[in-house]
Design a protein around this ligand. Structure first.
Ligand SMILES: [Zn+2]
Length: 256
């Protein structure tokens, strides 16, 4: 059920029996020479809408612009400052509880949003307003990601390329995948990030000239479909778990 398509009497019926909502969140930011800037919000929206269809829970409109200032050197990247993002997400989440929502899943597809969504979830939980969790699609299927790709890349790699090839193939410049790999940062290991244990950089451009990491030539729509199906199953299970919780269980524990 997609909130924005419904008339209020139909939403009234939903809120009579359900108290869960999914909120898709992504970014509008550079994803290298081959992928659209919409990559993250297209992925988040597709997972949230598919899981909502399979479970019958409510899906809200998508938050398309996130915390992306670390991609600002590349044309077109949009971002909001982190405190503004947190306050905005907190505000509409809090306001959904006015209608009877008491549990939310932030269906997220942008790494830069994670810590901020966790912080918002903490605020809503601490004062007993709602139980809110962040879900990042690729974190739910680490084994499959590892099995499918040598170099999945944390940003704009074959993992995201495959999912967009599956969801919106017309938006992928397949003829630029080699260029994406060769001009980017394709040999990514944890050590390449750290100097004496410290992360010494702030922006994507400090590591990759064209904005992306990983080996994009390893992508395919078939792999995208596999990733999409596997992560959707994970999200559906998470929703069923959350749906089955008693409201009291989701409140913070009392002081000992
Ligand atoms: Zn992305």
């Amino acid at each position: 059920m997609y909130l924005a398509d419904e008339a209020w009497p139909d939403l009234e019926a939903y809120f009579e029996t359900e108290s869960l909502a999914l909120v898709p969140l992504g970014s509008t930011e550079q994803h290298g020479p081959a992928l659209p800037e919409a990559t993250d919000h297209l992925i988040a929206e597709a997972f949230a809408r598919e899981a909502a269809d399979r479970t019958g829970v409510l899906c809200t409109p998508t938050v398309n612009v996130g915390v992306s200032s670390h991609h600002r050197q590349f044309h077109g990247t949009m971002w909001v400052d982190a405190p503004v993002f947190r306050d905005y997400v907190e505000s509409f989440s809090r306001n959904l509880t006015y209608h009877g929502i008491d549990r939310l899943v932030y269906v997220n597809a942008h790494g830069g949003n994670i810590s901020h969504l966790r912080e918002v979830g903490r605020r809503l939980h601490e004062d007993g307003t709602a139980y809110t969790i962040e879900w990042m699609w690729n974190d739910s299927i680490p084994d499959l990601v590892e099995e499918l790709f040598d170099q999945p890349g944390p940003h704009g790699g074959p993992k995201e390329t495959s999912v967009i090839q599956f969801l919106r193939p017309e938006l992928v410049h397949d003829d630029r995948l080699e260029e994406a790999r060769d001009d980017g940062f394709s040999d990514v290991f944890e050590e390449s990030y750290l100097r004496n244990g410290s992360r010494t950089f702030y922006d994507a451009i400090d590591n990759t000239e064209n904005g992306v990491l990983g080996d994009q030539t390893d992508a395919s729509a078939e792999k995208g479909e596999q990733l999409f199906e596997a992560a959707t199953e994970q999200l559906v299970e998470l929703i069923e778990w959350l749906r089955a919780r008693d409201a009291e269980e989701l409140q913070p524990a009392l002081h000992v």
